[in-house]
Design a protein around this ligand. Structure first.
Ligand code: TYD
Length: 133
């Protein structure tokens, strides 16, 4: 696993009536400032394609599945998210691309910062410079 990237278990309350998963203060190493989600993503679409300077994100496949390609400038790793009780914690300085969304997939993102375009690095060559690669 790329350093500082983690798959975290989301505590689940199993019940014959259905499962209930809870993300609360203790689950993540930051306070959640923003929640957004991707849905109705075409199977041939690519999302992401950027890194963040300050913002950390926690991605959960609430429904369906998708793949996340992580890159720290030196190593790449592909992770499939397909469980609503597991999430991918992405620290700063990681280029991410999301692809191969299944039909009906929903990607929930719990972010450490509000949306700020200045926090994005959207050019791969600038990303490589930012991580001294
Ligand atoms: P973008 O960063 O390209 O999405 P992704 O990385 O998931 O492929 O964002 C798409 C558009 O949405 C872009 O114009 C910025 C805007 N946006 C917001 O206004 N607020 C947000 O919280 C996010 C994540 C994006």
């Amino acid at each position: 696993m790329i350093e500082k990237v983690h798959i975290l278990d989301i505590p689940k309350i199993a019940d014959p009536r259905g499962n209930l998963a809870v993300v609360e203060k203790e689950t993540l190493p930051y306070e959640i400032k923003r929640v957004y989600y991707l849905y109705d993503v075409p199977s041939d679409a690519y999302r992401g394609g950027h890194s963040h300077k300050e913002c950390q994100e926690f991605l959960v496949a609430l429904s369906g599945s998708f793949e996340v390609v992580l890159d720290n400038g030196f190593q790449k790793q592909r992770i499939t998210l397909n469980k609503p009780n597991k999430g991918l914690l992405i620290p700063t300085g990681i280029w991410r691309e999301l692809e191969n969304f299944s039909s009906g997939a929903v990607c929930l993102v719990l972010a450490s910062h509000v949306y700020l375009e200045d926090d994005y690095i959207r050019k791969y060559d600038e990303f490589l410079i930012s991580v001294n690669a």
